[in-house]
Design a protein around this ligand. Structure first.
Ligand code: CA
Length: 425
C-alpha cells in the first residue's frame, strides 16, 4: 500500500465541514489524479510522463499565469520532438470495459444490512426480489476501496503550487487542446445553451480523467456495496455509509432505467463513472443526452459528458449570463480584520464594500451588485495567495469541495484556451 500523498492530506485539512470530506465529487477528483492510488498503474505512468515532459520543457516556478503560458509554449515546441510519445499518451482511451480488480467474493447476502437493503429496493422501487438476489450474489468485496477512503494521517502543510503543478502540465494541456478541437461544436453548443464557457468544461474533464484516459476500473456495484456496508472506522463512518448506500440504490435505479447490466458500470474506487466522473446519483440528476442518441452515456460519449458537466454547473449555481469571472486576485491588510471571512462555507456572502472595510482590496474592477467569498490558497512555507471568489467559483466546488480543485480547473481552462489560440496562429 502506497502512503496517501500529501494532496489528499491537504484536502483533509481544508476548513470544510466534516461531512464535506469524501463527498462524491471529491472522491471522483481524488481518483482523477489528485492522488495516484497504488492500483492505478496507468495513472502513475501518465503522471510520470507528465512530470518528465514538464521537466523537459524547463518548467520553473513563476507567477502562475506566466508559468502556464510558458508551459504551453514549451509544450508546443517540444511537441514535434515528442510526437510519437505524445500521440501515444494523448490518444483518447477507448471506453473502459476491462476490470482490473475482481475483488474477493464475500457473502454480502449473509449480512443483515444487505438483506435490509434488498428488501427496501423491493418495497420502495418494486425490484424483483429474485433478480436482485442474483445480482447481489455476484458482488465482490473490494479491499482497496476500503483502504483508499481511510482517513489520512496529518501530513505536510497545504501547498497550492505543488497541487497545481500536477494538473497544469503539458500532457494535460495538449490533450485539452485536442479535445477542444475535436469537440468544438458540442462545446460551443453547451456554452450557448448553459452559459458555461468551453474552457471550464474542457478543464473539468481534463482534471477528472485526462479526457477519458483515467476513468477507473472498478465495478461500481462492488465498490459501492463495499463502502455502503464495510466502510472503515472513521468519525463520519455512519454518514459515509449512508451516502454510499444511497449511491448503490442509484446505481440499481440507473441500470434499470437505462436497461443495462449493473455490472457493466465501471468506474473509480468510489463509484464515479465516465469522462466527468459522475456518481450514479449525479448521472440520474444531471446527466444529459447531449448527442441525442437516446441515452446518457458518460463513458463512451464525450458529447454527453460535455453537456452533463455544463448542466451540473448551472444546477449548482453557475451564473449563465455576463461571462462573470470565477475569481479576482486580492490583497489583504496586515491587520487581519478579514480573517473570519475565510472558510465561511462554499458560497459568496460578502459585498465588495464589506471586504474593503475588512482590509481586502483588489486591483481588478469588480462588477457591481454581486457577492464574493474570500479564499486562501496556502503555499507551504511560501506566501499564501488570496482571491475573491464569485458564485461561479463555488459552483465548481460543488463538483469537488476543494479550493485547490476549483482553482486548478480555472487555471487549466485558461491555459488550454491560451495554448489553443496560440496553436491556431
Ligand atoms: Ca447520448
Amino acid at each position: 500500500m502506497t502512503p496517501l500523498p500529501s494532496t489528499l492530506i491537504h484536502r483533509l485539512c481544508r476548513r470544510l465541514p466534516p461531512t464535506a470530506l469524501f463527498a462524491p465529487a471529491l472522491l471522483a477528483a481524488v481518483l482523477a489524479g489528485a492522488i495516484a492510488p497504488a492500483h492505478a498503474a496507468e495513472k502513475k505512468t501518465a503522471a510520470t510522463k507528465a512530470k518528465s515532459t514538464a521537466s523537459h520543457a524547463g518548467k520553473e516556478k513563476h507567477p502562475k499565469a506566466l508559468t502556464a503560458l510558458k508551459a504551453a509554449k514549451a509544450a508546443k515546441l517540444t511537441k514535434a520532438a515528442n510526437a510519437a510519445k505524445l500521440a501515444k499518451v494523448a490518444k483518447p482511451a477507448a471506453p473502459v470495459r476491462k476490470v482490473d480488480y475482481e475483488g474477493e467474493p464475500v457473502n454480502f447476502r449473509g449480512w443483515q444490512a444487505v438483506a435490509d437493503f434488498e428488501a427496501e429496493m423491493v418495497s420502495k422501487y418494486s425490484f424483483d426480489a429474485a433478480a436482485l438476489k442474483a445480482v447481489m450474489e455476484q458482488v465482490n468485496y473490494i479491499d482497496s476501496a476500503v483502504q483508499l477512503v481511510k482517513p489520512a494521517p496529518p501530513g505536510k502543510p497545504k501547498n497550492w503550487q505543488a497541487y497545481r503543478e500536477r494538473f497544469i502540465e503539458p500532457v494535460r494541456i495538449n490533450a485539452g487542446v485536442d479535445f477542444w478541437n475535436q469537440h468544438a461544436d458540442a462545446l460551443a453548443r453547451a456554452e450557448a445553451q448553459y452559459g458555461v464557457p468551453a474552457e471550464i468544461i474542457v478543464a473539468i474533464i481534463g482534471v477528472e480523467t485526462v479526457y477519458g484516459r483515467n476513468t477507473g476500473r472498478f465495478r461500481v456495484l462492488d465498490v459501492l456495496t463495499t463502502l455502503a456496508f464495510a466502510y472503515p472506522d472513521a468519525p463520519n463512518r455512519e454518514a459515509r455509509q449512508a451516502f454510499f448506500r444511497g449511491e448503490l440504490e442509484n446505481t440499481l435505479l440507473l441500470a434499470r432505467k437505462s436497461s443495462i447490466d449493473p455490472f457493466s458500470l465501471v468506474g473509480s474506487f468510489a463509484g464515479a463513472v465516465g469522462l466527468p466522473q459522475f456518481m450514479p446519483g449525479s448521472i440520474l440528476s444531471y446527466g444529459v443526452d447531449f448527442d441525442a442518441d437516446g441515452r446518457i452515456d458518460l463513458r463512451a460519449s464525450p458529447v454527453d459528458a460535455i453537456g452533463s458537466v455544463a448542466n451540473f454547473l448551472v444546477q449548482h449555481g453557475w451564473r449563465p449570463s455576463g461571462n462573470m469571472p470565477a475569481v479576482y486576485p486580492a490583497q489583504v491588510s496586515p491587520s487581519r480584520g478579514w480573517e473570519n471571512m475565510i472558510g465561511q462555507g462554499l458560497q459568496a456572502t460578502y459585498t465588495a464594500d464589506q471586504l474593503a472595510a475588512a482590509g481586502v482590496t483588489t486591483a481588478a474592477s469588480l462588477p457591481p451588485n454581486i457577492m464574493f467569498g474570500l479564499i486562501d490558497l496556502q503555499n507551504g512555507a511560501e506566501a499564501t495567495e488570496y482571491w475573491l471568489a464569485t458564485d461561479n467559483f463555488y459552483a465548481i466546488t460543488q463538483y469537488n469541495r476543494s479550493y485547490f480543485y476549483a482553482m486548478s480547473v480555472i487555471d487549466l481552462g485558461r491555459t488550454i484556451r491560451q495554448a489553443r489560440t496560440a496553436s491556431a496562429l
